[in-house]
Design a protein around this ligand. Structure first.
Ligand code: SAM
Ligand code: MD0
Ligand code: SF4
Length: 363
């Protein structure tokens, strides 16, 4: 009898979400705890309907340029943590980054994401000029929107990045439990990281937050994360299934199931139906794309040009040199799902529309 009752609960929670109710912590927890395919299927269908209501059938695609893999931090989950001898270290010159970004833009991405470790030559020197110039150069050369993922930077630098043409600042909290955060990002201030997203929004950037799945968090922690992200008003939210990395403290930890990641993604879609939610190619490569889109994602991220010498973050090489992590590789998987790539104008219109909505909410 119990499973039927739980099934009925899930149905009524989904119905409340579809009627526009703001789900509460226990309801969000009930959705996140789904671990059987039947109830998960109900959740995924609802997530697809929510995506369709807000974004139609269009999918946005983000190019990814990991331009410096040097980092001063020692996040316990990350391949690029300081001191890990196993990870590839490189720094791309501004000219190389512009050329790669141009290639990505020509291939049809809607945005270029410029990502780096907390490279000590920038962060310890507190010399962010080269980063700001890089954003300006990429924006000027490509004309496509730019996201920066530089780690925590001072508020004044966020303002300069905005002025240089950046639209987005990505900075993932990983968890909204300060105690677990300390184990994942040792020595990094929780409040400072959280504040950097609010500061980004205050200077006119959009912000992205995200959580890691399978790093010791409880279902309650996940539910709290969703509520915290909804409250902070970030425009893009993600869940990344943890991928164990060689040479790191969490190397021996098991990855979470694909089902758990899909359930979390779909719950995010119901809790924050109008936000952008990525399906990252950086976890399972192209193989996991369909599943994440079926769970309600509307952005494909971590598109990386082959033979560029660039790495992914949690899958440093998977599918890159075979050319699978490209716009062409992604697009052929959309039609069977009834989806299609958005036009550049659609993405620009979404950006402008969101700006307008933000302004009218403030008014
Ligand atoms: N260094 C900057 C920072 O940490 O904010 C920018 C890099 S950020 C894009 C790297 C993100 O990738 C992390 O915040 C984490 O969410 C994700 N990530 C890193 N290692 C991962 C792993 N082993 N498994 C899954 N996701 C991972
Ligand atoms: C991704 N590897 O989209 C990238 C990265 C940083 N803004 C994004 C985690 O999966
Ligand atoms: Fe550095 Fe970012 Fe990796 Fe942490 S997640 S070790 S800050 S690159």
């Amino acid at each position: 009898m119990k499973p039927r009752r739980e099934g009925a609960d899930v149905r009524s929670i989904i119905q409340r979400a579809e009627e526009g109710a703001r789900l509460r912590l226990p309801e969000i927890g009930a959705l996140l705890a789904i671990d059987d395919p039947d109830r998960a299927a109900l959740l995924f269908s609802a997530a697809q309907r929510a995506r369709e209501r807000h974004f139609g059938r269009s999918i946005f695609m983000y190019g990814f340029v990991y331009f410096s893999t040097y980092c001063r931090n020692r996040c316990t989950f990350c391949f690029y943590r300081n001191g890990n001898q196993d990870s590839p270290r490189y720094r791309k010159s501004a000219e190389e980054v512009v050329e790669i970004a141009l290639g990505l833009a020509d291939s049809g991405v809607h945005l270029v994401d410029l990502t780096m470790g907390e490279d000590p030559t920038i962060h310890d020197a507190r010399d962010y000029g080269a980063l700001v110039d890089l954003v300006a150069a990429v924006r000027r050369a490509t004309g496509v929107p730019v996201m920066v993922s530089p780690g925590v930077v001072p508020r004044s630098v966020l303002g300069q990045l905005r002025a240089a043409g950046a639209d987005w600042y990505a900075c993932y909290q990983e968890t909204h439990s300060p105690e677990l955060y300390r184990r994942l990002r040792p020595g990094q201030d929780y409040v400072l990281r959280e504040a950097s997203r609010s500061e980004a929004v205050a200077v006119g950037l959009y912000a992205e937050d995200g959580i890691l799945l399978g790093v010791g968090e409880t279902v309650f922690d996940r539910a709290r994360s969703l509520l915290t992200m909804r409250a902070q008003g970030v425009q893009q939210v993600r869940v990344m299934g943890f991928v164990p990395q060689k040479g790191t403290p969490l190397a021996g930890r098991e990855a979470p199931s694909l089902l758990a990641e899909m359930v979390t993604l779909a719950t995010m879609r119901l809790v924050m139906p109008d936000r952008l939610i990525p399906a990252s190619l950086d976890i399972d490569g192209l193989r996991g794309l369909e599943a994440r889109l079926r769970a309600g994602a509307n952005v494909v991220t971590s598109i990386i040009p082959p033979a560029s010498g660039l790495a992914g973050v949690s899958q440093s090489t998977l599918d890159i040199d075979q050319g699978f992590r490209t716009v062409a590789g992604v697009v052929r998987h959309l039609a069977p799902l009834g989806l299609e790539p958005a036009t550049p104008d659609e993405y620009q219109a979404w950006l402008r529309g969101t700006h307008t909505r933000c302004r009218s909410q403030e008014a």
